[in-house]
Write a protein that binds this ligand. Structure first.
Ligand code: AP5
Length: 216
């Protein structure tokens, strides 16, 4: 089974949703740089203040900050059994740094899962997304409603709308994706690590297909 995995795709493609499903079923550590920044923002740390000044407008947090954060997290012992990187790398310097750090700690990337989704669907997903303030579980006001409105099915936490889930910030996020992150698909294609999947098939069908592929 493939264990050291990168999940890629534009904002709203379903990286976080799929990561949470795979994490449970394959017992992997889920490393989401977006979640790490949002946690730091919630706690009001120095990193959180810095991250908020970028994230809230849809901009990328500087490479040196993000690379340092991931390096520290990946070297922890719980990653030895395998990890899912969600939202990292997003730029060429991050991808190069990841190649170096994964060699250093003998945890080579084994596969890059790319989720494909058209722009109209991304806008629909992002504008209707709600997230649990407590456990981070994602919902959608039309397609993935919680049992009780505004309350997380899993932990009872409050559901909220992310500050960067608005039309203006989404335009900026999509712009960064096209200019800085999408070119990484070629980088990983050349390393023979890339596999793409259609995220429009729905949450459960996508999970089953990717899980089968990783199990091979
Ligand atoms: P991050 O949190 O990584 O956001 P993102 O990449 O924009 O991705 P999203 O979380 O918006 O979407 P997703 O693909 O996880 O979709 P989800 O599963 O939630 O990063 C946020 C910010 O942090 C960045 O903009 C940047 O500022 C900063 N940052 C993070 N990493 C960085 C880095 N490496 N370098 C620099 N800065 C960084 O699903 C979306 C919706 O669709 C949900 O409502 C869900 O219910 C629904 N849905 C999901 N899957 C499906 C499906 N298969 N079918 C139907 N509906 C689905």
């Amino acid at each position: 089974m493939k264990r050291n995995i990168i999940l890629m795709g534009p904002p709203g493609a379903g990286k976080g949703t799929l990561a949470k499903q795979l994490k449970e079923s394959l017992n992997l550590v889920h490393i989401s740089t977006g979640d790490m920044f949002r946690e730091a923002i919630k706690e009001g740390t120095k990193l959180g203040l810095l991250a908020a000044s970028y994230i809230n407008h849809g901009d990328l947090v500087p490479d040196e900050v993000t690379i340092g954060l991931v390096k520290e997290r990946l070297s922890k012992s719980d990653c030895a059994n395998g990890f899912l990187l969600d939202g990292f790398p997003r730029t060429l310097p991050q991808a190069v740094a990841l190649q170096e750090m994964s060699k250093e700690i003998s945890r080579d990337i084994e596969v890059v899962i790319n989720l494909e989704c058209d722009n109209a669907e991304l806008v629909r997903r992002i504008s209707g997304r709600r997230v649990c303030r407590n456990c981070g579980a994602p919902y959608h006001v039309e397609t993935m409603k919680p049992k009780v409105e505004g309350v997380c099915d899993l932990c009872g936490g409050e559901l909220y709308q992310r500050k960067d889930d608005n039309e203006e910030a989404l335009k900026v996020r999509l712009g960064h994706y096209v200019a800085e992150t999408k070119p990484l698909l070629e980088f990983y294609e050349k390393l023979n690590l890339l596999s793409s999947f259609d995220s429009l098939v729905g949450k459960e069908a996508l999970f089953e297909t990717v899980k089968k592929y990783l199990d091979k």
